[in-house]
Design a protein around this ligand. Sequence first.
Ligand SMILES: Nc1ncnc2c1ncn2[C@@H]1O[C@H](COP(=O)(O)OP(=O)(O)OP(=O)(O)O)[C@@H](O)[C@H]1O
Length: 438
Amino acid sequence: MSAPSDATRRDALLELRQVAKRYTTPDQGSISILEGIDLTLHAGEIVAILGRSGCGKSTLLRILCGLIPASAGAVLYRGQPVTRPEPRISMVFQTFGLFPWLTVLENVALGLEAQGVAAAERHKRALAAIDMIGLDGFESAYPKELSGGMRQRVGFARALVVAPDVLLMDEAFSALDVPTSETLRNDLLDLWLERRIPTRAILMVSHSIEEVLMIADRIVILDANPGRLKAELAVTLRHPRDPVTPAFRALTERIYTLMSSGPTTRSIGIGHRLPGSGVQQMVGLLDEIAAHDDQGAELAAAANALELEVDELFPIVEGLELFGFAQVSAGLISITAHGRAFLEADILQRKEIFAEHLVRNVPLAAHICRVIDERPQHCAPESRFLRELEDTLSSDEAERVLSVVIDWGRYAEVFAYDFDRGEFVAEDPAGVTPADSE
Ligand SMILES: Nc1ncnc2c1ncn2[C@@H]1O[C@H](COP(=O)(O)OP(=O)(O)OP(=O)(O)O)[C@@H](O)[C@H]1O
């Protein structure tokens, strides 16, 4: 079966034109999250947005449905500017967001109440939505009495009860276990393909390549820092789709290639959003690559072998590239001479090699070492570095980046970190005894 495709369903429903999103930092600086986004959602299509963690996917969805304003550019729904939450656009969130003190029926009817629908009509339509999404018999249950999958069904019923023109899904299946998410995804797809919902277009954000390939007609890949459109591809496979077919596998590899392409040796600054890749994860991926010949390993196959989702794999890949231990080209990841030396070293040598590359390739680590080296007490509070990072990063992101460099620096023993005091301390400051540094 193929997706609905009559001519009227090809109309542009949602349009983003040169949309940008910036946030103001505490010191009145500006962080750029999205830049120059042009995207049109047509009637009759399911579009999926894929991108690495933190590239601005959720921000994009929130702008589209009017929850937050764009900083620049135009957001249009059926040709009209979106300036507030648009009632004909519904959103399903990853964390179900149900009210625990309301029953299933009351949770579902809530959206209708906000639209001023009369009580009897609300009741009737909420029951119909609950029935359609497969929760018949659970109208009076409370969220805590339901499994995760059933709770998300309530999330879908609540979004669909208003008969939305456009449905947005923000990682709607990712909090569920695999079989549950597959069942729910297939049920939604059936409703869409059989036109049992009036919804004319769906836009979903996901980190799972397989998930988006199973349902989307078009996949848009976002680049990070700031988020920009990187690539787009149409998926013309017929439904039901089968992940083990050669065509499906070829598309999977193509997406890995598109997601990993881009400059690998760009120079980075102190405020670079360091990938959250642990040392052991990097070693694990290097081990996997080393098992292949010099050409390297296919990213898709490596992810499979290590049972990693794409949003888990890419930070590790990025970490290896950053340290100069691996390089990616055309969907293949290969180990470099430095990477091989690191992998084959004993524990102490590994730390030394890691330290050398950390200080050379990660400006924030070099900066921390320099500051604590220059200070008479050879220590510096983390707040000093957080303030600097917040020039270009949100405070959450600044904390995350600092915790990544703390993990790397402690492993490499280029500095120590006192968790009680929130302080960086020189690992072995020349001429300074522990008493001096008190
Ligand atoms: N209110 C805010 N102020 C400052 N920065 C913000 C704010 N909201 C989000 N950000 C930053 O914007 C960036 C993009 O966030 P967003 O949640 O849109 O990314 P994402 O691609 O959906 O990430 P994930 O896949 O991890 O959910 C992140 O670095 C985040 O820290």
